[in-house]
Design a protein around this ligand. Structure first.
Ligand code: CO8
Length: 259
């Protein structure tokens, strides 16, 4: 599939999506958001794809929404633009398949919000992360107020939103905002290693983990625990469960088919 503002690549069971507006630090305009949504749909409907990786070309992962558009947007355009961004982030978060944000450089504003919609974040040591919207007299609009708070807690999230400060990846790792920090030269290989490891697990079990964690985090503990138990009923009906248990008993590696 041909895109203008992103690149996609299928590599075995991995699907790479690279934001491709390096001259504008991969700022998110409507076109890019629409293309990203399409690419995610393609990856989602392809049975061979087990893990989706999102990254950016050049020195940024993504420097946020395209600020140069802000003064031209009518209120209706702004609503469309903001809604499209939210739809894309929600779609990524709610995919049945795991996603990894490979943060190669700046992840700011909408760029950090995109990374937060992914399940796992691996960052280059050189990367800087933040929500600088406050410096523009606005505030995060692609889910950052909610997802950052749920990821690192209220105090630290409010500090990042209120100061607009950029923090180095190592600090982000300390806060639990990124899972791992590695030198830029190792970023792709370390991300691939993790993606390949996850791609060998049962797709059904992975989908259920996402469902129970994502829905559970917004529910009272008792409801989350109940969802977990009900999911156990489902997982015990799968061929992947039989394969996993039999492989253990037969002392061999399992081959999961997602059934
Ligand atoms: N939008 C548009 N263009 C951008 C953006 C952006 N967010 N960020 C960088 N660029 C452009 C620059 O204008 C520049 O273009 P040009 O060469 O044509 O002048 C090019 O990218 C390179 O950038 P710099 O020269 O500034 O590179 P530096 O290395 O000097 O600085 C920074 C890098 C620190 C990342 C700097 O570019 C910067 O501060 N960028 C803005 C970051 C920001 O404020 N992001 C938040 C945007 S708002 C947002 O994301 C809200 C999301 C919710 C939207 C809701 C819908 C309406």
């Amino acid at each position: 599939m041909e895109f203008e503002t992103i690149e996609t690549k299928k590599e075995g069971n991995l699907f790479w999506i690279t934001l491709n507006r390096p001259d504008k630090l991969n700022a998110l305009n409507l076109k890019l958001l629409e293309e990203l949504e399409k690419a995610v749909s393609v990856a989602d409907s392809d049975q061979d794809v087990r893990v989706i990786i999102v990254t950016g070309k050049g020195k940024a992962f993504c420097a946020g929404a395209d600020i140069t558009q802000f003064n031209q947007l009518t209120p209706l355009d702004a609503w469309k633009f903001s809604r499209k961004g939210r739809e894309v982030m929600d779609k990524i978060e709610n995919l049945n398949k795991p996603s990894i944000a490979m943060i190669n450089g700046y992840a700011l504003g909408g760029g950090l919000e995109l990374a937060l919609a992914c399940d796992i974040r691996i960052a280059a040591e050189e990367a800087q992360l933040g929500l600088p919207e406050i410096n523009l007299g606005i505030y995060p609009g692609y889910g950052g107020t909610q997802r950052l708070t749920r990821t690192i807690g209220k105090g630290r999230a409010l500090e990042l939103m209120m100061t607009g400060d950029r923090i180095p990846a190592k600090d982000a790792e300390r806060f639990g905002l990124v899972n791992h920090t590695v030198p830029l030269s190792n970023l792709e290989s370390e991300t691939r290693k993790m993606a390949e490891k996850i791609s060998k697990k049962s797709p059904v079990a992975l989908a259920l983990i996402k469902e129970v964690v994502n829905k559970g985090i917004d529910s009272p503990l008792i409801s989350g625990l109940s969802m977990e138990s009900i999911g156990w009923g489902v997982i015990f009906s799968t061929e992947d469960k039989k394969e996993g248990v039999n492989a253990f008993l037969e002392k061999r590696e399992p081959t999961f088919k997602g059934k």
